[in-house]
Design a protein around this ligand. Structure first.
Ligand SMILES: NC(=O)c1ccc[n+]([C@@H]2O[C@H](COP(=O)([O-])OP(=O)(O)OC[C@H]3O[C@@H](n4cnc5c(N)ncnc54)[C@H](OP(=O)(O)O)[C@@H]3O)[C@@H](O)[C@H]2O)c1
Length: 246
């Protein structure tokens, strides 16, 4: 596991948006960021799951969260602009974005890959992350210490048979991260990196490897050190890096 011990107040006063915050790694990250003092904006497509995370944050006495139900498969430029305007009015700035929501799609050879599924996966995993980033960049300019984290995968760094659109979307995610990090190279107040969580005990992992014993993989909570490190001030000088949570 990535070795980092976060101070309790690491994210105090920070405004952090997490996509796919209702389940799996996104849920654990939202709770962990809130536990370290952040006001977390929970974005996802299933409102009940977001409500449950909101309630957990409230019950624990962490800073009050905000909920944004949004389907990243169907959301367009206008939705992201509206979201940015709403966040500007409510919070005035954004200190962190964790792009975490993703679709696995299907596991099949390129030759038989359904083009509709291909487009859905690219829309959720890449295009929506691009549009969300574009809409929120001016809000991160108002932060003294902003961090944008993209979520990659092992198959986004080395292609693997039958991983189709998912693998290609993760290569594109790494590309988006690198291009943006390079464009912002001279801005000391913002950093852009990617995390490969590695095999983690979530629904997505179970769908990808149904024959595997889930107990053999770490829980989302166990991989949080890197998520905290890259979101907090200790990673201020780190940018353009592809990192591994395990
Ligand atoms: N788990 C692993 O072993 C592993 C390994 C490598 C990389 N990753 C990456 O880690 C990230 C988190 O994965 P996970 O394992 O936690 O997956 P997960 O349990 O399936 O969670 C994915 C989250 O994304 C949300 N989401 C999916 N489609 C969406 C859409 N159209 N609009 C809004 N939200 C949407 C889901 O919402 P719903 O709850 O409503 O479905 C869910 O909250 C992903 O980027 C994944 O590619 C995971």
């Amino acid at each position: 596991m990535y070795d980092y011990q976060a101070p309790d107040n690491l994210l105090q006063g920070k405004i952090i948006l997490v996509t796919g915050a209702g389940d799996g790694i996104g849920r654990a990250a939202a709770l962990s960021y809130a536990a370290h003092g952040a006001t977390v904006i929970l974005l996802g497509r299933t409102e009940e799951k977001l409500n449950a995370v909101y309630d957990e944050i409230e019950a624990a006495g962490y800073p009050q969260a905000a909920i944004i139900p949004l389907n990243l498969e169907t959301a367009g430029e206008t939705d992201f602009d509206r979201l940015a305007a709403m966040l500007e009015e409510e919070f005035g700035r954004i200190d962190g974005i964790l792009h975490n929501a993703s679709l696995l799609g299907i596991r099949t050879p390129i030759e038989s890959y359904d083009p509709i599924v291909w487009q859905q996966v690219m829309q959720v995993n890449v295009n929506s992350a691009f549009m969300l980033t574009q809409a929120l960049l001016s809000l991160t300019n108002d932060s003294e210490d902003a961090s944008i984290i993209f979520t990659s995968s092992g198959v986004g760094r080395k292609g693997k048979a039958f991983w189709g659109a998912y693998a290609v979307s993760k290569f594109a995610t790494e590309g988006l991260m690198q291009v943006l990090a390079d464009e912002l190279e001279h801005n000391q107040n913002i950093r852009v990196n990617s995390i490969n969580p590695g095999a983690t005990r979530t629904n997505m992992r179970v769908n990808a490897y149904p024959a595997e014993n889930p107990e053999n993989n770490p829980t989302p909570e166990e991989i949080m050190p890197l998520y905290l490190y890259l979101m907090g001030r200790d990673s201020r000088t780190v940018t353009g890096q592809s990192m591994n949570a395990q």
